[in-house]
Design a protein around this ligand. Structure first.
Ligand code: SF4
Ligand code: SF4
Length: 101
């Protein structure tokens, strides 16, 4: 039996903080395509909150087509998200360490 889908927890942000992202993170753009805030051309290291997390820990560039593929492909799961942000951080930190080059 497959793991049931779970909803992303409000005000978590663990999966935008704990993992490293090796691909470029694009800038935030407004509806006219103008840059609103800078991205991270070199990606981000593990443990650093993404620059695009807003005050409520939501992604500011969620609807941009150039959002990193690794972000777009990530789905909430009970295994990753756990029951608390601390549990998610721990799972993702362990995963990061296990997959470090
Ligand atoms: S770890 Fe899970 S609950 Fe937390 S922000 Fe990511 S998808 Fe949402
Ligand atoms: S681009 Fe958005 S989804 Fe990807 S790590 Fe940054 S805040 Fe999270």
């Amino acid at each position: 039996m497959s793991t049931p889908a779970v909803a992303c927890r409000t005000a978590c942000g663990a999966c935008c903080t704990a993992p490293s992202i090796s691909s470029p993170i694009p800038p935030q753009r407004d509806e006219q395509g103008r840059v609103v805030s800078a991205g991270l051309p070199q990606g981000k290291p593990a443990g650093q909150p993404c620059v695009h997390l807003d005050e409520a820990l939501r992604c500011r560039i969620f609807t941009q087509v150039d959002r990193p593929a690794v972000c777009a492909g990530l789905q909430p799961s009970q295994e990753m998200c756990g029951d608390t942000t601390a549990q998610a951080m721990l799972f993702l930190q362990r995963l990061e360490q296990a997959t470090a080059p």
